[in-house]
Design a protein around this ligand. Structure first.
Ligand code: PGA
Length: 254
C-alpha cells in the first residue's frame, strides 16, 4: 500500500506572516494526521517560519520548490541541498513545468538536481507532463517516457523508490482545466509501466505518483480514487487552508 501524499505548492506567494497563519489553521484540522502524508512547499523565504509554526507537528513535512545541483560555491542566488537540509527540509520539487519552460531546465539539469538531492537525503518530487500540443499530436507517452528516463537516469532502486513523481499536464496547470480522472489514470499507469522498465516491479509499485494541475476540493476525490493516483500536488487551491484541508481529506476518504 502506498501512503498518499498531498503537497501545497505555494509558488512565489505567501509572506512569513501569511505562512504562519496558514500553518496555525492547518494544525487545527490536520494536527494529528498520519494516514496521509501532508507536505508544505513554501517559498525559500518562508521555510523557517513554516518550520517554527509547525513546532512539534512532525507529521507534516516541509519541502522546497527548487534547488541547485552543486553542494556549495560561487553560484549567486542559488540554494543547495545542504542548505535546505540545514533548515530540516524533507522534500524538494524538481523539474516543475514552470522551471522547465520559464527557466530553461532540461531533463539533464533535472537529473543532476535529482541525484544531488538523493546524495543529501532530500526526497525529490519530480514533475513530468506534456503540453497541449504534444497531447493533441498523440505524443503523451513518448514525452513522459523521455522526461522520466532523462530525469531519473542513474538512480539506484532505493533512490527510485524514495522519489515521488508528479504528473502535471502543462495545459492543466493554473488553467482551471484539470485532466479527467480517466486521462490522469491513463498517464499514471503509463508512468508506472515506464518505472517497471527502469527498475524491478516491486520498486515501481512503491513509487508514489501525484497528480497536479487545477486540483480543487471539487475534483480531488475522484482524481485520487484512481488506482495509480497516489496524491496531489496542489498550486492555486493550496493558498487557502480551507480548500487545502478539503483536498487532504478527500485523499483520506477515497
Ligand atoms: P495549480 O498548480 O494547482 O494551480 O494548477 C499546480 C502546480 O503547478 O503544481
Amino acid at each position: 500500500m502506498r501512503k498518499k501524499i498531498v503537497a501545497a505548492n505555494w509558488k512565489m506567494n505567501m509572506t512569513q506572516a501569511e505562512s504562519a497563519r496558514f500553518v496555525e489553521s492547518l494544525l487545527l484540522d490536520l494536527g494529528d494526521i498520519i494516514d496521509i502524508e501532508v507536505v508544505i512547499l513554501p517559498p525559500f523565504t518562508a521555510i523557517a517560519k513554516v518550520m517554527e509554526a509547525l513546532g512539534k507537528a512532525q507529521n507534516i513535512k516541509v519541502g522546497a520548490q527548487n534547488m541547485h545541483w552543486e553542494r556549495s560555491g560561487a553560484f549567486t542566488g542559488e540554494i543547495s541541498a545542504a542548505l535546505l537540509r540545514d533548515l530540516f527540509v524533507h522534500y524538494v520539487v524538481l523539474g516543475h513545468s514552470e522551471r522547465r519552460t520559464l527557466f530553461g531546465e532540461t531533463d539533464e539539469i533535472v537529473n543532476r538536481k535529482v541525484r544531488a538531492a538523493h546524495e543529501a537525503t532530500l526526497r525529490p518530487i519530480v514533475c513530468v507532463g506534456e503540453t497541449l500540443e504534444q497531447r493533441d499530436k498523440g505524443n503523451v507517452d513518448k514525452i513522459l517516457s523521455i522526461q522520466l528516463r532523462g530525469s531519473l537516469k542513474g538512480l539506484s532502486e532505493k533512490e527510485l523508490q524514495e522519489t515521488v513523481i508528479a504528473y502535471e499536464p502543462v495545459w492543466a496547470i493554473g488553467t482551471g482545466r484539470n485532466a479527467t480522472p480517466e486521462q490522469a489514470q491513463e498517464a499514471h499507469m503509463f508512468i508506472r509501466h515506464t518505472l517497471r522498465e527502469m527498475a524491478d516491479d516491486a520498486a515501481a509499485e512503491r513509487v508514489r505518483i501525484q497528480y497536479g494541475g487545477s486540483v480543487k476540493p471539487e475534483n480531488a476525490r475522484e482524481l485520487m480514487s484512481q488506482p495509480d493516483i497516489d496524491g496531489a500536488l496542489v498550486g492555486g487551491a493550496s493558498l487557502d487552508p480551507r480548500s487545502f484541508v478539503q483536498i487532504v481529506k478527500a485523499a483520506r476518504d477515497e
